[in-house]
Design a protein around this ligand. Structure first.
Ligand SMILES: Nc1nc2c(c(=O)[nH]1)N=C([C@H](O)[C@@H](O)CO)CN2
Length: 120
């Protein structure tokens, strides 16, 4: 299956389980791979036929910027659900990195892979 991807999308959010983390905003980095048949927009050359990575990015910027969770797991799950529920995406792989959260590590975080539940 083809993919549309977003790499290194940096968004500041209120996130973390420690007291000091409740008082600041921290930079998070999102990498997404979204299953999409790119043959259709390739044939039409029409943005309306694409999975518009700018539209997905804007939605995540809006959501994450206003979010307030303790765990990166919770935020990653909600973001994956937004992609599946609001865009024409059947499968998403989402990596959420929290740079600088652990001394000595470039980044820590989670990777989730979720598919849209098919009714019936
Ligand atoms: N699996 C997780 N481990 C940890 C998380 C998390 O969200 N998921 N969060 C923290 C703290 O908030 C940390 O980021 C502060 O440095 C610790 N472990």
């Amino acid at each position: 299956m083809d993919k549309v991807f977003i790499e290194g999308l940096e968004i500041e959010a209120l996130i973390g389980i420690y007291d000091w983390e409740r008082r600041i905003r921290q930079a998070l980095v999102f990498d997404l791979e979204m299953a999409f048949d790119n043959r259709v927009p390739a044939a039409s050359d029409d943005i309306a036929d694409t999975l518009d990575y700018k539209a997905v990015s804007k939605r995540l910027i809006e959501y994450v910027g206003a979010s307030d969770f303790g765990l990166v797991e919770t935020l990653a799950e909600r973001c994956a659900a937004i992609v599946l529920d609001e865009f024409d995406v059947a499968h998403v792989r989402l990596k959420l990195s929290k740079p600088g959260a652990v001394r000595g590590a470039k980044a820590v975080g989670v990777v989730v892979e979720r598919s849209r539940v098919v009714a019936g």
